[in-house]
Design a protein around this ligand. Structure first.
Ligand code: IMP
Length: 423
């Protein structure tokens, strides 16, 4: 009995979707455990690019069951769009997709509340994707939320009305002057709920327990990244769920001692969307080149991602918090052509050199300390085996493995499924 876990170690957008898609052939069940449509998981194969927001990244494989766990928040409107897109590719989602009754629903007013809250923050705004994530998790922990299982009860619309009315009063309180037509949004929402109801709702913790007993192989799929974790991330510039390993236990009902391998995904450099501290951020041509070559634009919002050198202090922290057993390095190809590469191995903090993530990592408190390495000029995108890697790339990998005390078992050299090298 074992569940393997896959999660992002930076500020999201590490390429989790691609790796889940690559690994799915070895699993019976892929289970998403937190987040919602703020995520954008990109998969590329047969020359087509697919972006998933709520649906697990194993959905394109013929046999795997894909489960949306209790820790996820679902916007029926976005979910419906995702399903319609799958229909275009003849994906049999009716049999392959299961939804936890305990997952919470994002209501139209949650999205408006998100926008109103952000608008009220002015310069201190989080840079939220405005998908209603924060307000929905607030209603969950505030014990007011509406769950998928409620849709099977007769009184759910009454409960919906009460909650939406309360939200409207809260929206007025913000006085953010947000224009919206609730009637239109609700028509769209209720139509989408009907489509959602055509899927199979389950008690997913029980389902996963039985599956483990039957020897099924389960992969838990995370969203966002460890530095966006509500507890361990760069608070308050974080998302509203536990993106770290513990989130898989609470977001699926899997016991901690059932988790075996923890796959940690990271980019060979660092990116971040939205506001908040980012010690190794580059404001020069190097950062601009990373963004251009790496196509660093958000899959959900289209926003330009901030880029910078790899921050090993932050990465080490994420490896520790998650208990990572295997690392997977993404976008190695984007670093081709840089004469010198820098890796942050420590911070200057209050007159001292430290190599852990302090409470306060605002730029005015921190100066990164870099180790410089020689870059490589070879194009990696056509490589199929690690024996083809240039010496400088091998040196880069060996340095990271030594610093992080964890093996790098996959190096990704492009967005396609095929551009994945196992070591
Ligand atoms: P929210 O979760 O949409 O409220 O966004 C909170 C913060 O997390 C913002 O800085 C977002 O840009 C960031 N964020 C949320 N989801 C993702 C993601 O999937 N990838 C990268 N950043 C994300």
């Amino acid at each position: 009995m074992a569940v393997n876990l896959l999660l992002g170690l930076q500020w999201g957008d590490e390429g989790k979707g691609k790796i889940v898609d690559v690994l799915t052939k070895d699993y019976d069940i892929i289970a998403r455990f937190q987040g919602g449509p703020n995520a954008g998981h990109t998969l590329e194969f047969d020359g087509i690019k697919h972006v998933l927001h709520t649906i697990p990244s194993g959905i394109f494989h013929p046999n795997a069951i894909n489960l949306v766990g209790n820790g996820v928040v679902i916007d029926p409107v976005i979910f419906k769009r995702e399903l319609e897109n799958l229909e275009k590719y003849n994906v049999d989602y009716k049999t392959k997709l299961l939804i936890s009754r305990k997952a919470h629903l994002i209501l139209p007013t949650h999205r408006i509340l998100d926008a109103a809250s952000e608008a009220s923050k002015g310069k201190a705004k989080i840079g939220s994707t405005l998908k209603g994530i924060g307000p929905t998790y607030m209603d969950k922990t505030g014990r007011n939320g509406i769950r998928v299982g409620d849709l099977e009860l007769n009184d759910w619309k009454e409960r919906y009305r009460n909650l939406a009315d309360k939200h409207e009063a809260m929206i007025d309180f913000y006085d953010a002057k947000i224009e919206y037509n609730l009637k239109e949004l609700e028509d769209e929402f209720f139509a989408a709920v009907e489509m959602l109801k055509s899927l199979t709702f389950i008690d997913s913790e029980e389902y996963l327990y039985r599956a483990q007993k039957d020897g099924k192989k389960i992969l838990a799929e995370g969203a966002q990244g460890s530095l966006l974790d509500i507890d361990f991330g760069t608070y308050p510039f974080v998302t509203s769920s536990n993106t770290t390993a513990a989130g898989a236990c609470t977001g699926l009902g899997v016991a901690p001692n059932q988790i075996k391998e923890v796959f940690g995904i990271f980019k060979a450099y660092t990116t971040r969307v939205g506001s908040g501290p980012f010690p190794t951020e580059l404001f020069d041509e190097v950062g601009e080149t990373m963004g251009r070559v790496g196509h660093e634009f958000g899959a959900t919002t289209g926003r330009r991602r901030r880029c910078g050198w790899l921050d090993l202090v932050a990465l080490k922290y994420a490896v520790q918090v998650n208990g990572v057993t295997q690392l997977m390095m993404m976008k190695g190809d984007v670093l081709s052509g840089f004469k010198k590469l820098k890796v942050c191995t420590g911070y200057e903090y209050q007159g001292q050199t430290i190599n852990h993530l302090p409470y306060n990592i605002e730029p005015e408190n921190i100066t990164p300390i870099y180790t410089e390495m020689k870059g490589w000029k070879e194009d990696l995108t056509k490589m199929t085996d690690s024996s083809q890697f240039p010496k400088e790339l091998n040196d880069y990998i060996a340095f990271l493995e030594k610093e992080l005390e964890t093996p790098i078992t996959i190096v990704s050299v492009g967005p396609d499924r095929k551009q994945t090298i196992h070591r």
